[in-house]
Design a protein around this ligand. Structure first.
Ligand SMILES: [Fe+2]
Length: 219
């Protein structure tokens, strides 16, 4: 009835190219304590403060990451089509940041309510460094069903280095505490539909008597 809401793919990152960018981005955030942000617990730090303090230093604006973004965009388009978004709906990368976790580092439960899609790029996932957990949006609705573990709303998605996970911004999620001595690095990207451009598209479509919709794909 509905297309899957969590998508997983895989990308071979060029570490020689991207690691200097990651190091530099973390160094721009100052001391480790300063780098700590809301939702990050234990041995964790994030470059999320750059999204507001130095937005032009965000990872998606670094040319070293553009080859990956070129790979990502057609896949995002396919997911949007599966979710019955209008064809060619205008969207853009709203912001992005790196998170780093050592042993005990975790991300508490949250959603990205202001963005339509979230992309989690697993740059480095050492063994036992924890997985992402999603809160099943059907949990409350299926409360009366005698399901195994039916009283527990969280679903674990196993991830490994190079995995790319895409999900809707409204979906609650968290990251398990790392139990590894090695660093785990994740690049998170928020994608937003450009609502101003979208309303322009609709006005044009109405003027021309043409609407772009899922039915156009099936024709
Ligand atoms: Fe998140």
């Amino acid at each position: 009835m509905n297309a899957p809401i969590v998508w997983r793919d895989h990308y071979e990152f060029d570490y020689e190219k991207i690691m200097p960018v990651i190091e530099e981005t973390f160094s721009l955030c100052g001391e480790r304590q300063v780098r700590k942000v809301f939702l990050e617990n234990g041995e964790a730090c994030s470059t999320a403060s750059l999204c507001t303090d130095s937005p032009n230093k965000q990872p998606h604006l670094r040319k070293e990451n553009w080859e990956f973004l070129d790979w990502l965009h057609p896949r995002l388009r396919n997911i949007m089509i599966a979710w019955e978004y209008p064809l060619e709906i205008p969207y853009y990368i709203y912001n992005s940041w790196y998170n780093s976790h050592y042993k005990t580092g975790e991300t508490l439960e949250h959603n990205h309510a202001l963005s339509h899609l979230v992309v989690s790029c697993y740059i480095k996932v050492p063994e036992n460094s924890g997985n992402i957990m999603f809160r099943d949006p059907l949990h409350d609705i299926r409360a009366m069903e005698p399901r195994t573990n039916g009283s527990y709303p969280w679903k674990e998605l196993e991830v490994k280095t190079g995995d790319i996970v895409v999900f809707p911004g409204w979906l609650w999620h968290k990251v398990q505490p790392s139990n590894s001595d090695e660093e785990r690095i994740v690049w998170t990207i928020n994608i937003k539909v450009d609502e101003q451009l979208l309303s322009g598209h609709y006005l044009t479509a109405m003027r021309d008597g043409v609407f772009f919709s899922r039915s156009d794909v099936l024709r």
